[in-house]
Design a protein around this ligand. Structure first.
Ligand code: SAM
Length: 273
């Protein structure tokens, strides 16, 4: 590792000016990167899928931690820098050039469990998070998600009932997973600095509640929070049987979505599944 040149030098040598279109905000602070790589616990000998390695700051930290890394990067310009990194850790880094939104991650990783880490642009991160958390098959092959989001989105993921941040993302993250806000990251840690603060969310899959379809739960929360200021009696009107199911499990249809616990949504989805 000591033979690796500083990240800033790698970026200058490979002409990797940050692309706004690709949402590139790079992290250079190796201590911070090591702390991020430590969030899933020891990575020694573990398989890791990193999305969006860019010039490879977090990738270095993952490799230093002893992980076997597969990285998916869309920007071709980053490939030579990542190839250099691969040479410094022979056999430990595989880089796939492509759009992570279009690839089948389980297929890429084979049949063994893997941890996922990423520092991605906001829109891509949220789309992938929704996909990872929303699968019908549970437990998933991935063992943890450690993902950088803008702080406001991170707060929505870990929110509890009764606050305005509580909504679909919170239910999605918490109904069969344990989600925590693992670390706040100041905007000044990035080059170039983004407009808003960031935070890392760590999610581990939990047991799947029995008799609940992920699709039904998704439809229920979409309807309930789609009109979050309205009573559930009104917002769930379009879902046949939903209001009766609410009453059947002892939830007053005059309540609003943001007052329901995640377990209440699960019970409602079970009644409708
Ligand atoms: N991981 C590096 C770091 O922390 O310094 C770079 C982070 S930068 C915020 C996001 C990276 O994700 C960029 O390198 C960008 O090219 C890549 N990226 C953006 N959209 C992507 C996609 N759909 N699939 C794969 N990589 C993507």
């Amino acid at each position: 590792m000591s033979t690796l040149p500083p990240l800033r030098e790698v970026i200058a040598r490979h002409g990797l000016s940050a692309s706004k279109a690709l949402g590139q905000n790079f992290l250079f602070d190796e201590q911070l990167l090591d702390r991020i790589a430590a969030l899933p616990g020891s990575l020694e000998g573990r398989r890791v899928l990193e999305i969006g390695p860019g010039p490879g700051g977090l990738t270095r930290a993952l490799l230093r931690a002893g992980a076997q890394v597969t990285a998916i990067e869309m920007d071709q310009r980053c490939l030579p820098a990542l190839a250099e990194l691969g040479e410094a850790f022979p056999g430990k880094l595989e880089v796939i050039q492509g759009d992570a939104l279009k690839l089948d991650h389980d297929e890429i990783m084979g049949s063994e469990p893997y941890a996922i880490l990423s520092n991605l642009p906001y829109n891509v991160g949220t789309a992938l998070f929704t996909r990872w958390m929303g699968g019908e098959e549970w437990p998933p092959l991935w063992t943890s998600l450690t993902l950088m989001f803008q702080q406001e989105v991170a707060q929505r993921i870990v929110a509890k009932p009764g606050v305005s941040a509580y909504g679909r993302l919170a239910v999605l993250a918490q109904w069969r997973g344990a989600a925590k806000l693992a670390m706040k990251v100041h905007r000044s840690a990035f080059t170039p600095p983004p407009k808003v603060m960031s935070a890392i969310v760590h999610v581990e899959p939990a047991a799947m509640p029995e008799g609940v379809s992920a699709k039904v739960l998704e439809r229920v929360t979409e309807a309930a929070f789609g009109q979050r200021r309205k009573m559930l009696r009104q917002s769930l009107k379009g879902m046949p049987g939903a209001v009766e199911a609410l009453e059947g499990i002892g939830i007053d249809p005059q309540r609003r979505a943001e007052t329901l616990e995640v377990s209440d949504f699960v019970a409602l989805a079970r009644a409708l599944s």
